[in-house]
Design a protein around this ligand. Structure first.
Ligand code: CA
Length: 236
């Protein structure tokens, strides 16, 4: 089955160029030139991935990204930004985008990025299925990597795909100190311009979700000057 890519972009020439190249690469494409329309299309069409422009009429890329994640829609998102636009990539990733690109870009590069993001989200599912129906249980935290589900005190938690990957990786390496660079290359795979703040942002999101008191984390410990360690909480 062809994968559907939704392009939310108000610059017609860019949208058309992207769509053309994606079709050449074997994808089905949908185009929305207005923010609100794009947001609604994302919900009704549930595409495999969204290429999302930052500046859009009626609802901008940041709002769309935030709103989709609020509604627990985990569709991978690649943000597009213009060179002169003030855009903090960490903020974008914090909002739940999976990657970002600065215009002007070569269509070939976008297609490559899209493939990489799709591969990562699928690769994760495949490896998890292969590793049988594993359950990772640590204290009150239960994680089912193959089902992409996690529970705290039997209450289901919601994560973005990257947060979930990070959590699983930390748990797989529990009681080991992991540097930010290690986490960056293990979870984000390729070079994110080496910006390790992304790791800190995601760790803080994970803590908000799994720790009872994120200021006094029992699971994810900060190892000063080094990185992070996932610890098995001591029985009380
Ligand atoms: Ca625009």
């Amino acid at each position: 089955m062809q994968k559907k890519i939704l392009i939310i972009e108000d610059e017609q020439s860019i949208a058309t160029l992207l769509s053309y190249n994606l079709k050449q690469a074997g994808y089905e494409t949908l185009i929305a030139s207005d923010g609100k329309e794009g947001f609604e299309m994302a919900l009704s069409e549930m595409p495999s991935l969204i290429v999302l422009d930052l500046m859009l009429p009626s609802m901008d890329g940041v709002e769309i990204c935030k709103e989709l994640r609020l509604q627990k829609v985990g569709i991978p998102i690649i943000m597009l930004t213009a060179k002169d636009e003030e855009f903090d990539k960490v903020l974008g990733l914090e909002l739940g985008a999976d990657d970002y690109m600065t215009k002007p870009f070569s269509p070939r590069e976008v297609v490559a990025r899209i493939k990489a993001v799709l591969r990562r989200s699928e690769g994760l599912k495949v490896t998890r299925e292969d590793s049988s129906s594993s359950e990772m249980k640590l204290g009150k935290l239960k994680v089912y990597p193959e089902r992409y589900e996690a529970f705290l005190n039997d209450e289901q938690l919601e994560f973005t795909p990257k947060e979930f990957e990070l959590l699983v990786y930390l748990m797989e390496n529990k009681n080991r100190v992991l540097t930010r660079d290690q986490l960056l290359s293990a979870v984000w795979k390729y070079d994110f311009a080496g910006d390790t703040r992304i790791v800190d942002v995601h760790i803080s999101h994970l803590r908000d979700k799994i720790e009872e008191n994120s200021r006094k984390p029992v699971f994810i410990k900060t190892i000063r000057g080094l990185g992070y360690k996932f610890e098995e909480p001591k029985p009380v």
